[in-house]
Design a protein. Sequence first.
Length: 282
Amino acid sequence: MTSADMALPAQDERTLPAVVLRDLGTRPLEQALTDVQLLVEQHGHVIVVCSRVAPVAVRRRLHTLRSLLESDRIALFQPDLPPLGVAVLARQLRQLASCDLGPGVLASAGRLLVHYLHCGALLGSVTRLDCVPVNLKQHAKSWMPGSQFAVLAHPQPQLVRLGPETALDGPEFGTWMLVAKGQLPSDWVTAALAPAWKVQGLRECPLPAESPGWWGTGKMIEFCTYLPDLPVLYQLVTSVRRSTCHWCGIDVIGDRCVFCSATPPGQDAPPRPGPEDRATAG
């Protein structure tokens, strides 16, 4: 992880602790390089989970470190999820890290488990929201005092103004819900949404520091539903067909190696036609 507040408490006794790469964007490059190299030497492979709204300096530094180490044993995973969803996904990978999964399968599991998360927030304003489409009418209503909006960012964007009959499309399977409260006094998420989604358990945690930047406001309550049980996560991952990366030789699931980015032979994207090809086409 690149931020300490994204390292959620362990879900069970088998959950491995997170390693936090602190102050990655401000520390001297040599220190950061030494720390990451030590991690690779100790563990063999490193999976770095980072939010897409992490500071630009942090994201650039991650790519710089991987390039300098010239290592195919470092996977950079930046899922298109709100910060709380990223934190939940990282904890699920920490749960699975205690199982008999190879590094390629474990790193690939993140792209699979994303599909079982529902991430959203209750917002006091959508004037700066750009992760979910906002129409002009909703934008205008956000200026009205007391307006609140229920927003689902993943898996399918949804935005509705909060009212007595407000509903969001929830998961069709049993989940737990994690709630992170910002500067918005409301119990709608815990008192209305959680029962409507029939969540099997509910926990609260501090709001990630990157959440206001992702949602465009600090007046919010962020939530994420997830599968908490390790046996269920393990069954999901092991039920997917594995293949061996033809470049670096590790087992992976999916069509792209998360460590070296290689795709199976014959599945690489075809080259774009050049000027000569376009001139003779048709």
